[in-house]
Design a protein around this ligand. Structure first.
Ligand code: SF4
Length: 314
């Protein structure tokens, strides 16, 4: 938001660009664009971003956040739109040194080079501390009016926000699931156990309790009605859905290769039974079925917490 304001002060027209993937959405950018009164393009970056998350050239940050590759990808996509939007350069709100790994001097240079638009990436908040860009050399923007903010403190940014009358702005952290600890543990588990994973697997990670029954088979148990419905929607034809036959309780997905699925039905049903109303019963009838297949039944003894604990992925 501040970068936009700094450019606008120089009489430059700004078009906002934001991205969506299963790991983050566009709501904060939409709110910001509304406050700034600028047009905003929202681009679905899912496929290209998943490739970067799976194999980041420059590695991960603290969790599974491939921030350097992610920034480069976002800038590349923005650059690819220059002609279509009759725009001349790309600008970001990055601040030198704000993030030790992904926004140090080397990382900012790397992001620019890897984006494929070297010389065309202006960072108005730290511009004076970075090499002059083409827009500065060409006189499209005045380098003297760019700022020299660096480091982790946000004091100057907060003062600037006040100066520009920006009252509401997002907190520095948050918004990307790849930087959240529990999500990262779950995603790493998927990365370590599955070769082909995509949007469905990522969406599944946002729902329920996840339990690893074997290197290839996992169980996901809903925690409330909303999650139960979501699990039913996310179940693939080859998955098994499990529920109590008579008592109220969660829906669970048993996902794994066909050859070992049968081996885990009893255990998965017993775990699912533990989280339902019938958990105190000595024995409980559970049903299981493929999303559009016939219902089968099995009698189980609800699992004990000490049996479940070591299986939880969190
Ligand atoms: S925190 Fe998430 S969205 Fe932001 S740069 Fe890193 S990976 Fe990309």
């Amino acid at each position: 938001m501040l970068a936009v304001k700094i450019l606008q002060e120089q009489g430059i027209e700004v078009i906002g660009i934001t991205y969506t993937t299963p790991f983050f959405g566009s709501s904060k950018a939409e709110e910001a664009a509304k406050q700034l009164g600028i047009d905003l393009k929202i681009i679905d970056l899912t496929e290209a971003h998943l490739d970067v998350v799976k194999l980041p050239k420059h590695g991960y940050g603290r969790f599974v956040n491939p921030c350097i590759d992610c920034h480069a990808l976002m800038i590349r996509k923005a650059g690819d739109l220059l002609e279509e939007l009759s725009a001349h350069f790309i600008s970001t709100g990055e601040v030198l040194g704000q993030r030790p790994k992904s926004q140090n001097y080397r990382a900012l240079r790397l992001v620019e080079e890897e984006s494929g638009y070297p010389g065309l990436v202006v960072r108005p908040l730290s511009g004076k501390l970075l090499p002059p860009t083409i827009p500065e050399k060409e006189g499209w923007i005045d380098r003297e009016k760019l700022l020299d903010i660096s480091g982790r403190s946000r004091k100057r940014q907060m003062a600037l926000a006040e100066y520009y009358g920006i009252k509401e702005y997002p907190s520095p952290a948050g918004g990307c699931l790849l930087t959240e600890q529990v999500f990262a543990i779950r995603l790493k588990d998927v990365m370590n156990t599955q070769e082909n994973w995509g949007v469905n697997e990522v969406e599944l990670l946002k729902v329920g309790r996840h339990l690893r029954l074997s290197p290839k088979t996992k169980l996901i148990v809903g925690r409330n009605q909303e999650e139960n419905k979501r699990l039913e929607m996310l179940a693939k034809p080859e998955d098994l859905l499990i529920r109590a036959a008579a008592f109220k309780g969660p829906t669970a997905i048993l996902r794994g290769p066909a050859e070992e699925r049968e081996d885990f039905i009893k255990q998965a049903a017993a775990i699912t039974a533990r989280y339902g109303k019938g958990k105190e019963e000595e024995e409980l009838e559970m049903k299981y079925y493929h999303p559009s297949g016939p219902v089968q039944k099995i009698i189980v003894k609800p699992a004990r917490d000490e049996e479940i604990k070591p299986l939880l992925i969190n």
